[in-house]
Design a binder for this molecule. Sequence first.
Ligand code: 13P
Ligand code: SF4
Length: 333
Amino acid sequence: MIDLTEIPSRGRAETGIRQPVPPAKLDALSREILDLKKKLNAVILAHNYQVAEIQDVADFVGDSLGLSQQAAKTSADVIVFCGVHFMAETAKILNPGKIVILPDADAGCSLEESCPADQLEALQATNPNFWTIAYINCSAAVKALCDVIVTSGNAVKIVNAAPKDRDLLFVPDENLGAWVIEQTSRPMTLWKGNCYVHVEWTHAAISRIREEYPDAPLVAHPECTRAVRLLADEVCSTEKMVTWCQKSTAKEIIIATEAGMLHRLQKECPGKTFIPAPTENCRCNECRFMKMNTLEKLRNCMRDLTPRVELPADIISRARLPIDRMLEISARP
Ligand code: 13P
Ligand code: SF4
């Protein structure tokens, strides 16, 4: 891991784009990755939950929305996606002609698993007036069945723009969906899926840490349960956590999201202390899927150009429509 104190933050306008780390500060494996990147004309995109070493060699570190926007505009020949499988799939849908690789093809997601395409299709068949909104944490086959995709960073804006004469069906995260209903007052039928990491935080455990640090605000991800969201000063996507914490005058901030976020926050907000919100019984704030990616697997996938994301052409063309709709609505003022 690099010394964070020597890497200045770039400020809000360029949030998500990492400050290049001088190669001399990187270990041999990281330097090998940067050499491969040049040779392949590749871009390395990393989610905020990736281990610090991967964040430090990435061209862009961000949330699901920022990563999709980067994937949509990249001119690189090879996209190296350090996140989970559905994120790399999204990059492939946006770039069918490019090679998209990821360090570990088995890096899944409990939300994606909770919503098989055939079960969604069966539910959609019960109401022809459904307009289906899918959180980006779902498979390409599910995206292909939906009207629009959302991330935690744009879900409120997109639901506000949804057609008023349709019955909204939101899949697969019931907690994000419930938070969006609270923000928009738009009723929605919610799929009963959740993120196995974010539901580990309880009202009792968060109340205890708030008593211990009475001056520290709590920032929570909308995948947390309502009981936890109610205790939060801010509920937002991982990228918005960065800007919120930069603006906050608090010196100590409690963070209820996956552990990888702390590295990004420490880098972007020097001088502040971030306290990982404790879970009830265990140290459960690491996503085992996100943590399947290692620096060594990253080097190997770039060296061997495998595992690659491959998708059937009809899934790519059907899933592209709701993703493009998301990007278009997100870009509106
Ligand atoms: P965001 O980074 O888009 O807020 O999403 C969090 C998440 O759980 C992705 O898997
Ligand atoms: Fe999925 Fe939760 Fe892991 Fe994000 S943190 S990839 S929602 S299991």
